[in-house]
Design a protein around this ligand. Structure first.
Ligand code: GDP
Ligand code: MG
Length: 687
């Protein structure tokens, strides 16, 4: 049997991933905002292992303007190493048919057989839309199938048609079929360009498609085909000539004629139903100019109340205070001691590794609840509305409405927060988002906030409130600063985002999503935190005392020696003691370490820690509250933990930008803490 490659192409949110999962039995993440699938994913057809299905990123057009378009375009044109699709299933959101068919007209030009799948037919039927698939099929010259991927309906016929088309090698773009015939002037220009590039295009590649791209001044195509200077100049003059003739820009001419053709097709076979869907009704309320933000605030408050204040915290407290304090450590200690392990090994495993890894795992229940609630909001469709509502506001700070999602996720953990920046199309907005998202206190920073509030400020709730406020203000100020730099100056881009129809969330999708995030978290605890905890334990337990290497008091440990070297940097910030320097440093491994390192250094339980820390701040500076608050701010705002740094590096895709991010964050934290401390202590001296 010959192997067949099917590519799924379509607009963002048209249901490609849902189709993919239904066909392959895969459990890829079905996201409810545009751009969730930036990379392409492949899988074998469940019913026929000879057929490979590839889920491409969502695109509105086949132009190379976004990473999604580049990935999808070069795959469809067979420009990626030996994996050319034999047939395209064009997943069309039938409730948005006009905009979706625009891409269809381009897909037909690629020379690959196209099957049109009218997905979400359940929604358009509910609205009362009338589509005649027979006429549509005749007009497009493509097989058309109605489907509801969500309910698994209508897919089998489409796949069979795709297999037949692949076997028949019917290639519309090459065999001359086309959906759009442009006006004579343009067809003439395309013919002339085709002649120029013919020698650069192999026979299995769509000359017309490339000629059209060149007509639309796509310079990437010229590079890909390897055109020489004279050829480029000739093409340029043809384009100019036609533009003068038609008195418009070549790109606009092409796209408006494509749209005209789509409208003409639709008048013959489509009638929009007048019924208001439930989605329209809900949207009138939740995206209402006056109600949107208050509704959003209430929903977010509830999410935090449930996950951070009630359910999540009860579970997290149990894991922290009972499981990792009263149950596991004594049991392991007993076990190791009865097995005859030496004291240092017991200390390494119990204090170092279980302490460190436990501190991270302790937050798992809180995160699970938070992720669950956020997934629910996303899956039902509300998240896309929030991004839509916030876009105008965020744009002022060099951010996108979609930056909201990373910020939100970062309240739990910066790592998925940074990863959640993927869907932001504008690279500069995405960079600014990555650079600022960890200013939001993550759950690992909560113990620091709690420690400082308890030790110096009598547990005032204002400290926690001010920490979040400081995070938000830092994002705003940084957005304004970064946006004004040359490298990150953002230009205004239209906000394109699908607002999918609301629907009841699906349990499988949500559990899958929560699990993917939790798993990443557990892996982090088992690898990075595991090793780092062992290292911290070693460095704070060993040292050279009286010229001899051995286990020493923390004050003489390697960690102390090291801390004393750079502690003076923090004197202007009010906390020049080496213990603070070292704990800020171990905070880079995991922010929980800021607190646990202090606990190790004082050799005290966490409950007695506040008093010790208060004494140390008082020794550091006469205005202990100013010093303590400065210490808090510095640790909240400086470079994040290693796991988050690795995530920054992955998402930035550049070591240079990772360095810039870390330097910016740490520099910003230093300046803010310096200013706050100096002003606060000066004011305290006066009043
Ligand atoms: P992609 O961006 O094209 O990969 O789209 P997804 O597969 O992520 O789907 C976007 C949203 O549309 C998800 O919330 C899906 O559950 C939903 N969806 C997909 N297919 C259908 C369908 O046939 N009917 C309905 N009502 N919803 C669908
Ligand atoms: Mg997808």
């Amino acid at each position: 049997m010959k192997k067949i490659n099917i590519a799924l192409a379509g607009n963002p949110n048209s249901g490609k991933t849902t189709v993919f999962n239904a066909l392959t039995g895969g459990n890829q993440y079905v996201g409810n905002w545009a751009g969730v699938t930036v990379e392409k994913k492949s899988g074998k057809l469940r019913s026929d292992k000879n057929v490979t299905v590839t889920d491409l990123p969502g695109i509105y057009a086949l132009s190379p303007y976004s990473p999604e378009e580049v990935v999808a375009g070069s795959f469809l044109l067979g420009e990626m190493a030996d994996e050319k699709p034999d047939v395209i299933i064009n997943v069309i959101d039938s409730s948005n048919i006009e905009r979706n068919l625009y891409l269809t007209t381009q897909l037909a030009d690629t020379g690959i057989p196209v099957i049109a799948l009218l997905n979400m037919i359940d929604i358009s039927q509910k609205r009362g839309d009338k589509i005649d698939p027979k006429i549509l099929s005749a007009e497009l010259g493509l097989p058309v199938f109605e489907a509801s991927a969500l309910r698994g309906k209508g897919l089998t016929d489409a796949v069979n048609a795709a297999k037949n088309a692949a076997a028949a090698k019917a290639s519309p773009g090459i065999s001359g079929h086309r959906i759009v015939n442009f006006s004579p002037e343009i067809e003439d220009a395309i013919t002339r360009i085709s002649k120029i590039i013919k020698n650069h295009v192999t026979s299995d590649k769509p000359v017309r498609f490339y000629a059209l791209s060149l007509f639309e001044k796509d310079s990437l195509t010229a590079d890909k085909l390897g055109l020489n200077e004279t050829e480029r100049a000739k093409i340029e003059s043809i384009v100019k000539e036609t533009e003068i003739l038609l008195n418009d820009d070549s790109e606009s001419i092409i796209s408006s004629q494509r749209y005209d053709r789509v409208s003409a097709i639709l008048t013959s076979c489509y009638e929009k139903g007048g019924k208001k869907s439930a989605t329209d009704v809900i949207d009138n309320v939740v995206t209402n100019r006056f109600l949107a933000l208050p509704i959003f605030a209430v929903i977010m408050f509830l999410v935090y109340y449930i996950s951070v204040t009630t359910i999540g915290t009860i579970a997290t407290n149990w894991v922290n205070d009972t499981l990792f304090t009263e149950i596991i450590p004594p049991a392991v200690t007993n076990g190791l001691e009865s097995a005859g392990a030496s004291a240092w090994l017991v200390s390494l495993i119990v204090d170092g590794i279980i302490g460190g890894v436990g501190a991270i795992l302790g937050f798992l229940p809180q995160m699970a609840v938070l992720f669950l609630l956020l997934s629910l909001l996303e899956d039902c469709g509300y998240m896309s509305r929030i991004a839509f509502i916030l876009d105008r506001l965020f744009r002022k700070f060099g951010l996108s409405g979609k930056s909201f999602i990373p910020f939100l996720v970062s309240t739990g953990c910066g790592v998925p927060g940074i990863m959640a920046s993927k869907p932001i199309e504008d690279e500069k907005q995405r960079r600014i988002t990555i650079m600022t998202t960890t200013f939001i206190p993550c759950s690992a920073k909560l113990p620091i906030i709690a420690l400082i509030a308890g030790a110096v400020f009598g547990n005032s709730a204002w400290i926690a409130f001010s920490a979040y406020l400081a995070g938000i203000l830092s994002i705003i100020v940084s957005g304004l600063i970064l946006k004004s730099t040359k490298a990150l100056k953002t230009k205004d881009m239209p906000f394109i985002m699908e607002l999918p129809a609301y629907h009841v969330p699906r349990a499988a999708n949500i559990l899958n999503h929560v699990w993917i995030q939790l798993r990443a978290f557990i892996i982090k605890a088992g690898t990075i935190i595991f090793l780092a905890s062992a290292a911290v334990w070693f460095l704070s337990s060993f040292g050279v005392e009286n010229g001899r290497f051995g286990m020493v008091d923390a004050d003489f440990s390697f960690l102390a020696d090291f801390g004393k070297i750079f502690a003076p940097i923090f004197i202007p910030l009010g906390f020049g003691q080496w213990q603070f320097a070292v704990s800020s440093l171990t905070g880079l491994v995991a922010k929980e370490n800021v607190v646990s390192t202090l606990a190790v250094l004082f050799g005290t339980s966490e409950s007695g820690l506040g008093t010790h820390v208060n004494v140390l701040f008082s020794a550091a500076h006469v205005y202990a509250p100013a010093a303590a608050y400065s210490f808090l701010l510095f640790n909240l705002l400086c470079a994040p933990c290693f796991a988050a740094i690795a995530a920054v590096n992955r998402e930035m895709g550049s070591a240079k930008w990772t360095m810039i991010t870390l330097l910016y964050q740490t520099g910003f934290a230093y300046i803010v803490s310096l200013a706050v401390f100096q002003i606060w202590s000066a004011a305290a001296a006066i009043f």
